[in-house]
Design a binder for this molecule. Structure first.
Ligand SMILES: *Cc1c(COP(=O)(O)O)cnc(C)c1O
Length: 367
């Protein structure tokens, strides 16, 4: 069997969820879209059952996969429905729905008299665009739409939400401006206490923990990766959930002046012992990881040399005389560079690295 595998530590996932929830100060939906950022949505949701206040996904397909696996907790569709024909399934499976555009509100209003709606209420979150400029109603039109939804008997308005564009930049004033615009606009809404609020994603929970959240929406941090560039006291409490590892499958010693791999990107400047590892870009390891990208080899620091190929990569074993065929090479995670550190070296993000995991079987630990 090919030795490449991703170890998924579910107790670290629960630890990170608890940290996120504490920072948010209220409830927290565990964001498990994109197959839980490459970690396996069903297994992650099962591991958080009974602990998480609910889950959030990108689309009904992802939500139904969780329901089919027996997840009965609330599930929020972060982009709501893509077409009105999804509404009967939203009702049937008691899914929560973000509304971000007028066309969705029109479609929902038109569904008021549908047979599947009779006696039922769709639980909705209404999204405000406070500066991300991707989805949501403008602050100026928000209150009007809120009142319109509040008047629909088949709708239960739950939460006012917005999303940050630059919460991963602790010195950027944009986040405070977005939060202020949001709070000002929701104050206009009816109700003594006002609606429940949802603002923070992972970078906001870590860098702006003072923000009020009745419902936080942590994603990346659940998986133990920090979205913040520098060191951070709160982010340092996260535990990596995924460890990507494989083994050395061949070893050769080259003379000085020999190129390694495609393009001859690395040329030995001295006699060099080279290990070939069963891990490549088809598994999600970055193809353009530069020479010197850190890995761990049998628990000791080592590095990649030569260009990463589809199924294999090469590491320098010159300083690892004990290592040979069968040695364990960790690419990221526990006892290896973090996904965020590797991403920074390779000009990508921890989000993309984790979501990009492919082909490698996942092995779950900490049930
Ligand atoms: C993906 C997503 C999140 C989670 O973001 P992270 O940065 O991974 O924590 C939160 N809210 C919305 C609307 C999202 O789309």
């Amino acid at each position: 069997m090919r030795p490449a595998r991703a170890l998924i530590d579910l107790s670290a996932l629960r630890h990170n969820y608890r940290l996120a929830r504490r920072l948010g100060g209220g409830k927290a939906l565990a964001v498990v879209k994109a197959d839980a950022y490459g970690h396996g949505a069903v297994r992650c949701a099962q591991a958080l059952q009974g602990e998480a206040d609910g889950f959030a996904v990108a689309c009904i397909e992802e939500a139904l996969a969780l329901r089919e696996a027996g997840i009965s907790a609330p599930i929020l569709l972060l982009e709501g429905f893509f077409e009105a024909s999804e509404l009967p399934l939203l009702i049937q499976h008691e899914l929560w729905c973000v509304l971000h555009s007028q066309w969705q509100i029109d479609a929902l209003e038109a569904a008021a008299t549908s047979a599947y709606m009779s006696g039922k209420r769709l639980k909705v979150w209404l999204k405000m665009d406070t500066g991300m400029h991707r989805l949501g109603l403008s602050p100026g039109e928000y209150a009007t739409v809120w009142q319109r939804l509040a008047a629909m008997a088949h709708v239960q308005l739950m939460v006012a939400m917005s999303h940050f564009a630059r919460a991963d930049e602790p010195d950027c004033p944009r986040t405070a401006e977005q939060a202020a615009s949001f709070v000002d606009s929701v104050q206009l809404l009816a109700g003594a206490a006002g609606p429940a609020l949802s603002l923070s994603n992972s970078p906001a929970l870590l860098a702006w923990p003072q923000l009020r959240n009745d419902w936080a929406r942590p994603g990346l941090m659940l998986y133990g990766a920090s979205p913040l560039a520098g060191d951070d006291v709160r982010a340092s409490q996260l535990q990596p959930v995924m460890t990507l590892e494989s083994r050395v499958i061949a070893v050769r010693t080259l003379d000085a002046g020999e190129p390694i791999g495609y393009g001859g990107r690395f040329v030995t400047d001295q006699p060099t012992r080279v290990g070939v590892v069963a891990m490549g870009y088809a598994d999600g390891y970055p193809q353009f990881a530069p020479n010197g990208t850190p890995v761990s080899i049998d628990g000791r620091n080592g590095c990649v040399i030569g260009r990463v190929s589809m199924d294999m990569l090469t590491v320098d074993l010159s300083d690892h005389p004990q290592a040979g065929v069968g040695s364990v090479v960790r690419l990221w995670g526990e006892g290896a560079p973090t996904a965020a550190q590797l991403a920074a070296q390779c000009g990508t993000s921890a989000y993309q690295l984790l979501c990009g995991l492919k082909r490698v079987p996942r092995v779950y630990l900490g049930g």
